[in-house]
Design a protein around this ligand. Structure first.
Ligand code: ADP
Ligand code: MG
Length: 306
């Protein structure tokens, strides 16, 4: 659990461009530091806005000897394609995302976005292409407005409100009031501000992602902590956030990904099945077993894997 939340923190900070700026981060995240600071190649290119084609070509990566990672993984994703990723805990799903963000370099193979090897572009320009919502997106001890603005620091008030509205967050933001009497978009969030519910945090995180408007959207178990009533609201916001984007959605709830273009099943850092929901059900393999286990509710991915 420690590793997971640390990874999530690094990922959030990487995406907000906070590598060199960790003192800025509040909410007890000051103790976090990146796993290691990768440096840009001296001749690194600045990646202009991409169409969103992603290629993992024979990718291999391990955290250490005998530790988990990714093994000879090849996955080509077309611009605008929406991929669901499932697999038991520890299968390597979040590692795939960490590699896409270049928190670590691959040891074998290559990852390319629109044909550009991640090692040949600046990290800052790479992370501008990717918006991410995780199960525990960090909230900072700042106004709700500023928490959303992390998605795009130069956004106008109207753009912030539009993103919050698309994320189904606007109405509840208007009802917020912190202990200092600040309300609405001025109310401070984070540990010293208003306590948000899981569903509210998710919608702020989605507003941030919508505002960022990056060509690639990554959802790492973004709805796993939600009850089904809140999930219905978040689903509408999610659908808006996914429009026109290349999407990688790691999901615990199969209902979240059944509609996507393609589903891949990961086990021990490898793809063991891939196809549409219907094709995978017809195949009667691991995915079909997950689906049968889940029976409309939350999963037992781990149980079904056994
Ligand atoms: P998933 O997201 O599918 O649950 P992860 O990608 O988080 O899986 O982890 C894949 C494997 O890598 C697991 O065996 C996990 O223990 C290991 N792992 C993840 N993060 C680290 C890390 N920072 N250091 C060492 N091992 C790690
Ligand atoms: Mg994970």
């Amino acid at each position: 659990a420690m590793r997971l939340s640390q990874m999530t923190g690094w990922v959030s900070m990487a995406l907000m461009g906070m590598w060199g700026n960790i003192g800025e981060v509040e909410d007890g995240m000051k103790t976090l530091s990146p796993p290691h600071a990768l440096t840009d190649a001296p001749d690194a290119k600045v990646l202009d806005r991409v169409a969103g084609e992603i290629a993992f070509d024979g990718v291999g990566f391990a955290y250490g000897r005998d530790e988990g990672g990714i093994d000879d993984l090849t996955l080509r994703i077309a611009p605008g394609e929406k991929i669901g990723i499932i697999g038991a805990s520890g299968a390597g799903k979040s590692t795939l995302v960490a590699l896409l963000l270049r928190l670590y370099d691959v040891e074998r193979g290559a990852i390319r976005i629109d044909g550009h090897d991640l090692r040949e572009v600046t990290q800052e320009s790479l992370r501008r292409q990717i918006a991410m919502v995780t199960q525990e997106t960090a909230m900072f001890n700042r106004a709700a407005r500023d928490n959303i603005r992390y998605g795009r620091p130069d956004a106008t008030e109207a753009e912030i409100v539009a993103a919050a509205t698309a994320a189904e967050a606007h109405d509840f933001i208007l009802t917020l009031r912190d202990h200092a009497g600040r309300s609405g978009y001025d109310a401070h969030l984070g540990e010293r501000g208003v306590k948000l519910s899981g569903g509210q945090r998710q919608r702020i995180a989605l507003a941030r992602a919508i505002l960022k408007d990056a060509p690639i959207l990554v959802l790492d178990e973004a709805t796993s902590a939600l009850d089904s009533e809140v999930e219905a609201q978040v689903q509408a916001a999610l659908a808006r956030a996914m429009e026109g984007k290349t999407v990688l959605a790691i999901a615990h709830r199969l209902s979240t990904i059944a509609e996507l273009d393609r589903i891949i099943v990961i086990e021990d850092g490898r793809i063991i099945e891939e196809g549409s929901h219907d094709a995978l059900l017809a195949k009667g393999g691991r995915y079909a077993r997950y689906w049968a286990h889940q029976s409309g509710g939350v999963l037992g991915l781990d149980e079904a894997a056994e």
